[in-house]
Design a protein around this ligand. Structure first.
Ligand SMILES: [Zn+2]
Ligand SMILES: [Zn+2]
Length: 219
């Protein structure tokens, strides 16, 4: 079984997740949004050997600590190729959205793909491509733990924006309906911002999800 710890970091309170196997100490970091020192502190307290840094998507608020963590921890940094352009625009977005001047993010050490399995000690995590919020958005599915890290695609009570550059509402809708809502109700969702929830609660209570479901039922 994997353990999941989270930290809310940076001005946009992005959820950073450390997912690790307690027996082997191996783990990954998902969405190191900012405050590298706090993330490193958590990694050390949990005794994690970080095998890689993974992004749900390349918006700047999910990657401001990548540069520091990558050099301090000596591990690679990975995302879906669909967000290659958005990664290149991270400096521009950080300046426009929060008025912050940042160095360019490092070049990725590799690209991740739909269906890819990441081994973490004796356990694993599966990548599912869920475009819409950005072209290269992915979620991380922990099947044994019945958890999905949904990034900015699905939140407790809300969904991600599709009106930012590279966003696509039709894709967002089908990623939520055809991929996330295909998961059983008891799966926990750990989003990129805000509190956790479950697939079942969002299926029943999330007004945006409900409108997608209802519009799918129209003739
Ligand atoms: Zn985003
Ligand atoms: Zn975000």
């Amino acid at each position: 079984m994997l353990e999941i710890r989270d930290l809310s970091v940076g001005i946009l309170q992005t959820n950073t997740y450390v997912v690790f196997d307690r027996d082997s100490g191996e783990g990954i970091i998902v969405d190191p949004g900012d405050e590298a020192e706090r993330i490193i502190d958590l990694v050390k307290r949990c005794g994690v050997r970080v095998r890689g840094i993974y992004l749900t998507h390349a918006h700047f608020d999910h990657l401001l600590a990548v540069r520091d963590l990558r050099s301090d921890l000596g591990c690679g940094f990975y995302l879906h190729r669909g967000d290659e352009l958005i990664l290149k625009l991270a400096q521009k977005y950080a300046r426009e959205f929060i008025g912050r001047i940042i160095p360019p993010p490092p070049d990725p050490d590799g690209w991740i793909e739909d269906g890819q399995i990441i081994r973490i000690g004796e356990s694993s995590c599966k990548i599912i491509h869920i475009p819409g919020h950005t072209p290269g958005s992915v979620c991380y599915l922990l099947e044994e733990e019945r958890v999905v890290l949904t990034g900015d695609t699905l939140f407790a009570g809300s969904i991600g924006r599709a009106d930012l550059p590279g966003g696509d509402l039709r894709q967002l809708r089908s990623s939520i309906l055809d991929k996330l809502l295909k998961l059983p109700d008891d799966y926990a969702i750990y989003p990129g911002h805000g509190p956790s929830s479950t697939i079942g609660v969002e299926r029943r209570m999330n007004p945006f999800v409900r409108s997608f479901v209802d519009s799918g039922r129209l003739p």
